[in-house]
Design a protein around this ligand. Structure first.
Ligand code: DGJ
Length: 742
């Protein structure tokens, strides 16, 4: 069809108009889209963190808390807060750079190859990668527009468990070296009226002492500078309650931890807007790290879970995550054991050990664990002053080698495990004489020992080979060895490596070296159970637990002390990872000691032959009872019922997923007149509609239970009215098993 001129004119003006309209529409939609694209929600099942890219391309955290039903609504959150007094505009930065406009604690601080010390990080792109239905990782690339340095932030989401792991990768794209002065894993930003920090401190045999305190303006730092055994004074685990201290079942609480087996640092800064900045990662103390051109640095991981239903739910989230994704064989089995450390210390020989192996069988546990003292000949390991580093069987004590003991164990139908401390050396050892250059110490300075020993330089690949070979040689010669206890007793004094050119890399490269050895070990022996021991709980973190099936909480096995420690560890680590041994520490009877050890993985470190007949009978029965309930303890959900810090007793219970079996542990921690459970304790985690029978376990021979074992209670009753375990100063520990009745 032909168009007239008028028509043509009309059409073309119409065309221009509609083109204009189209362009306007396009502009509008792209702007809306661009605005929409700037919100990056990181969501778990119940919780969300919203990142927002500002007009200036800087990325801030605009929301942290309960997940919203409509993710688009996260964009409204910033408009509800008065952020006008944030002069820098980046108080809420997702990864706060130092040296430019920031004036608070940075997450990253660098010196560029040209000596410039400023850093600005701007959004480049982001993507989400799904591992499976439950796990996905959001990565966010940031770049400095002036100096070619790239930072990628990673947020790994474990949806069902409400857990997030964060880390960053820093890449030097410059022509020359870049020095990292601070390189945190994560930078969080929380808003509440008040913040309450529960954190931990301690020392040998005093692990997990706790304090809960309100954070005031300024920075509270949790850190370690000990190098190895980094948690001796302080672990990297903590929790922060928002508005008021969370209880077991109520309140908003964040559990956090740095996944790093060396120096860590967590800054908790209440900023001028009364928001809480949390920056966690490797401790930058004496650890400036230089990156060559093209090189990248992957930080440690920072782990957290958040709950709006109190500390109990936060623990269960973390436990579920740890069992499923982190602890080696976290959903598997564990070996009960008899350890000889406190039974013999260094004083043993083949016949004595053969007797202990028989006792292992007599007791009914799965394995005999040979501890320190079995090695070294020129400087025999007869005390802790000599021999460490010389990993050959001592011919006086073990003339027929480890092989003989493995065979003896087999003959008695038990397994055999062995202690090692491969990262360390006594100056009085052949290793020290042969390889002084492998030892961490400052040249020209007097050596300073910790437990008479020094630390080997794991940043050196030769030392890594040596450490790997300590374990590999044992396994190659004795494939029947079923378990290792990996100890680590000394801290690093006089930090200096003869191997490293750059001394400020030592603390970081030590840990990386350790992980290289453990990776190699696990490639060869993927499932061999291994205890993470560090003179007690000196090294308990979720990076190490990837390689270990369990950890040693403390050398302090006084059951009264243990109730408190096990309670505190239980916030962060599931029972399947807690190694609890019955020893002669404390003044409590064997029943109390055993009952306390049963709320984790049970072991014994006593002289079985010295037990009275009734005591032996009790222990044998307790092992049988433990075997019948261990499934519930190892894989069940934990509910803490009565806090020993607030009562003269402690009470907690584990419930299996099917809610048809449960075990309740009750212990007296005070003995004042009239102390005990005067009223019922409300149970948790049961099915209100199911019916349960209650049976008392671990009764001492010839004692009877006051519990009515033939009564049947509904879950509703047990959780509403409760149950009285009848603790008193004459009944100081009570274990109850609840079984569903059809
Ligand atoms: C420290 C550990 O914690 C103890 O259990 C024991 O293995 C000793 N070391 C042995 O030296």
């Amino acid at each position: 069809m032909l168009l007239s001129n008028v028509q043509k004119h009309f059409c073309s003006s119409q065309l221009i108009k509609s083109n204009l309209l189209l362009s306007l529409l396009f502009l509008f939609t792209t702007q809306v889209l661009a605005q929409k694209q700037t919100i990056i929600p990181i969501e778990t099942q119940h919780h969300a963190l919203a990142l927002q890219v500002g007009a200036d391309q800087r990325v801030g955290i605009t929301y942290f808390g309960k997940k919203l039903k409509t993710p688009a609504e996260y964009q409204h959150v910033p408009t509800m807060y008065r952020r006008g007094d944030d002069y820098s505009g980046i108080l809420n930065s997702a990864y706060t750079p130092a040296g430019s406009r920031n004036l608070v604690e940075p997450a990253i601080q660098v010196t560029h190859s040209d000596g410039n010390t400023s850093l600005d990080l701007q959004y480049v792109s982001h993507k989400v990668q799904k591992t499976d239905k439950n796990v996905s990782t959001t990565s966010l690339v940031l770049r400095d527009p002036q100096h070619p340095l790239e930072v990628t932030l990673f947020y790994k989401v474990y949806h069902d468990e409400d857990v997030i792991e964060q880390w960053s990768v820093i890449k030097n794209n410059q022509q020359g070296p870049v020095t990292l002065h601070k390189y945190a894993s994560a930078n969080l930003y929380l808003s509440a009226d008040r913040y309450y920090l529960k954190h931990y401190h301690g020392d040998w045999a005093k692990e997990m002492q706790t304090q809960e305190t309100q954070l005031t303006a300024g920075i509270k730092v949790l850190d370690s500078k000990l190098g190895t055994r980094a948690n001796l004074y302080q672990p990297p685990t903590f929790m922060v309650s928002l508005d008021k201290p969370a209880t077991e079942d109520e309140g908003r609480v964040l559990y956090g931890s740095v996944e790093w087996s060396g120096n860590f640092r967590v800054d908790l800064e209440v900023d001028p807007l009364n928001n809480l900045r949390i920056i966690g990662g490797i401790n930058p103390f004496a650890s400036a790290y230089t990156l060559a051109p093209g090189q990248e640095f992957t930080t440690a991981l920072f782990l957290y879970t958040y709950s709006e239903k109190g500390k109990g739910e936060a623990s269960r989230n973390l436990h579920r995550w740890a069992r499923k994704y982190r602890i080696l064989d976290g959903q598997g089995d564990r070996l009960t054991l008899l350890n000889n450390w406190e039974a013999t210390y260094f004083d043993f020989n083949e016949p004595k050990l053969a007797e202990l192996i028989k006792d292992t069988k007599k007791l009914g546990v799965d394995m005999f664990l040979l501890d320190d003292g079995w090695f070294a000949n020129k400087y025999p390991r007869n005390n802790d002053k000599a021999g460490l580093g010389d990993w050959q069987e001592n011919v006086q004590k073990l003339p027929h080698g480890i092989g003989y003991l493995v065979k003896e164990a087999k003959n008695n139908d038990v397994k055999f495990g062995i202690w090692v401390e491969p990262e360390m050396v006594n100056p009085k050892s052949e290793l020290y004489e042969q390889h002084p250059e492998w030892v961490i110490r400052q040249p020209g300075r007097e050596e300073h020992l910790y437990r008479n020993q020094l630390v080997l330089d794991l940043s050196n690949p030769q030392v890594q080979d040596f450490v790997f070979n300590v374990l590999d040689n044992i396994m190659t010669k004795n494939p029947g060895v079923a378990f290792f206890k990996w100890d680590c007793n000394a801290v690093i004094y006089n930090a200096h490596s003869t191997y490293l050119r750059n001394q400020s890399h030592l603390y970081v490269d030590y840990v990386k070296g350790l992980y290289k050895v453990l990776d190699r070990f696990r490639a060869q022996y993927p499932k061999l159970p291994m205890m993470l021991c560090s003179g007690g709980g000196g090294r308990v973190d979720y990076a190490a637990l990837k390689y270990f099936t369990e950890f040693w909480l403390s050398d302090n096995t006084d059951p009264l002390e243990r109730i408190f420690m096990q309670w505190e560890y239980s916030y962060f680590f599931p029972a399947i990872s807690h190694d609890n041994h019955v020893t002669d520490w404390g003044k409590q009877p064997i029943k109390f000691r055993t009952d306390v050890a049963m709320m984790g993985k049970l072991g014994f470190d006593i002289v079985v032959s010295k037990l009275e007949p009734k005591e032996l009978q009790f222990c044998q029965q307790a092992v049988k009872n433990y075997n019948s309930i261990k499934e519930v303890v190892w894989h069940g959900n934990l509910f803490r019922l009565a806090n020993p810090h607030e009562n003269d007793f402690a009470s907690l219970m584990y419930v299996n997923e099917a809610q048809n079996r449960s075990v309740m542990f009750n212990y007296m921690v005070g003995n004042r007149y009239g102390a005990g459970t005067g009223s019922p304790i409300k149970l948790k985690g049961l099915n209100p509609d199911k019916k349960y029978k209650v049976k008392e376990l671990n009764l001492y021979p010839e004692t009877r239970t006051p519990i009515k074992e033939d009564a049947i209670y509904s879950g509703d009753y047990l959780m509403t009215v409760g149950f009285n375990p009848q603790l008193s100063t004459r009944r100081t520990s009570v274990i109850l098993e609840l079984t569903q009745q059809k």
